[in-house]
Design a protein around this ligand. Structure first.
Ligand code: CUA
Length: 312
C-alpha cells in the first residue's frame, strides 16, 4: 500500500509533509499536555466537603507572561517554517517547462509549447520541473495533484500558476477540487511522469493531426499581425507608439505614476484588455483600443506565448 505521508514522490511534497507533521505533533503535544493537567487538577483540587472553599487568587503576572510568550514563539516558528516551504511552492525553478492548462466544464486541457494538445491527461518528463500556466474558460475550478501536494485555483480572466516535479516515473491523479457544476466529480485526469526514453517517444510520436495545430506562439504571431499590434509594438526593441515586445516578459516595467511591476502573464492580459490600467513611463494613455471582450481567452494566451518567444 502506498504511504499516506512521505510517499517520496517529490521533494516539495516531502517538505509539505514535514510541515504538516510538525504542526500535528505540536497540536498533539498541546492536546495531551492540556488534558493531562486538566485531569490532574480535577482530582487534586476537587471539592472535598461543604467547607472546602476555593482560594482567592488575584492573578500572576509571571505565569501570564510565560503562557503568552511561549505559544507566541511556537506559533512564529510554525509561521516561519510554513512560509519558507510556501515560498518554495510559489517559485518555480528557472529551468521549469511551462504548459498551458485550461479548465472547462468539465475537463482539463493541456497545451504544450509545440502545439500538442492533450485532454485530461498530462504527460511530463520525470525529474523535470513543470510550471502550469492555468486559466478557466467558464467557472471556478481548482487543479489538484494530491500525491505531489500541489493545488491551485483555476479562475476565469486571470492566470494562476503552480509548479511541481515528479521525481519518479509514475501515474498520479488529477482532481478538480472546487465544485464547478453537475459533472465536477468527473473532472479527473492523470499525470503521466515518463522516463527519458518514454518521454522521447512521446515527444516524437507521430502527432495526431487533430491534436496538433499551430503552436500557441505561432497562432499568437498571426494574431499579432491580424489585430494590428505591430503598428505600435515593435518586436526588435525599437521604440514606437507603445512599448516594444522584445524582452517584455519578465522585464521590470516602470509606470507614469512611479510604480513598477515585473511583467508576467497577468500584467500582459490586463494591458491587452484595459490598456489604460497601467501606462508605461514615457508613453501616452488612450493610444490603444481596449480588447476586453474582443479576444477569447485562448487568443490572449496565444499572444502571450508569442511575446514570450521575443525574449533573448
Ligand atoms: Cu472543475 Cu470542479
Amino acid at each position: 500500500m502506498d504511504k499516506i505521508l512521505f510517499n517520496g514522490l517529490s521533494e516539495l511534497g516531502t517538505h509539505v509533509d514535514r510541515v504538516h507533521v510538525f504542526i500535528i505533533a505540536i497540536m498533539a503535544f498541546c492536546f495531551i499536555a492540556c488534558n493531562a493537567v486538566l485531569i490532574y487538577f480535577m482530582l487534586r483540587y476537587r471539592r472535598k466537603g461543604p467547607d472546602d472553599v476555593t482560594a482567592s487568587i488575584k492573578g500572576n503576572h509571571l505565569l501570564e507572561a510565560v503562557w503568552t510568550i511561549i505559544p507566541t514563539i511556537v506559533v512564529l516558528i510554525v509561521f516561519v517554517y510554513g512560509v519558507r516551504v510556501w515560498g518554495d511552492m510559489r517559485k518555480p525553478p528557472e529551468n521549469a517547462m511551462t504548459i498551458n492548462v485550461t479548465g472547462v466544464q468539465w475537463a482539463w486541457r493541456f497545451e504544450y509549447p509545440d502545439g500538442r494538445i492533450e485532454a485530461e491527461d498530462l504527460y511530463v518528463p520525470a525529474g523535470q520541473p513543470i510550471r502550469l500556466n492555468m486559466v478557466s474558460n467558464d467557472v471556478l475550478h481548482s487543479f489538484f495533484i494530491p500525491e505531489l501536494r500541489v493545488k491551485e485555483d483555476v479562475v476565469p480572466s486571470q492566470y494562476t500558476h503552480l509548479w511541481f516535479q515528479a521525481d519518479y516515473e509514475g501515474v498520479y491523479n488529477i482532481f478538480c477540487t472546487e465544485y464547478c457544476g453537475d459533472n465536477h466529480s468527473y473532472m479527473l485526469g492523470k499525470v503521466h511522469a515518463l522516463g527519458p526514453e518514454a518521454w522521447d517517444r512521446w515527444v516524437r510520436r507521430v502527432p495526431d493531426p487533430d491534436a496538433v495545430q499551430l503552436s500557441p506562439a505561432e497562432r499568437g504571431a498571426k494574431l499579432y499581425s491580424k489585430w494590428g499590434c505591430l503598428g505600435c509594438h515593435s518586436t526588435d526593441g525599437s521604440p514606437n507608439i507603445g512599448p516594444t515586445f522584445k524582452n517584455l516578459m519578465g522585464r521590470s516595467e516602470s509606470f507614469a505614476d512611479g510604480s513598477t511591476v515585473v511583467v508576467d502573464e497577468n500584467y500582459i492580459m490586463e494591458s491587452i484588455k484595459q490598456p489604460n490600467a497601467k501606462i508605461v513611463a514615457g508613453f501616452k494613455p488612450d493610444q490603444m483600443p481596449a480588447f476586453e471582450g474582443q479576444l477569447s481567452q485562448q487568443d490572449i494566451t496565444d499572444l502571450i506565448d508569442y511575446i514570450k518567444t521575443l525574449n533573448e
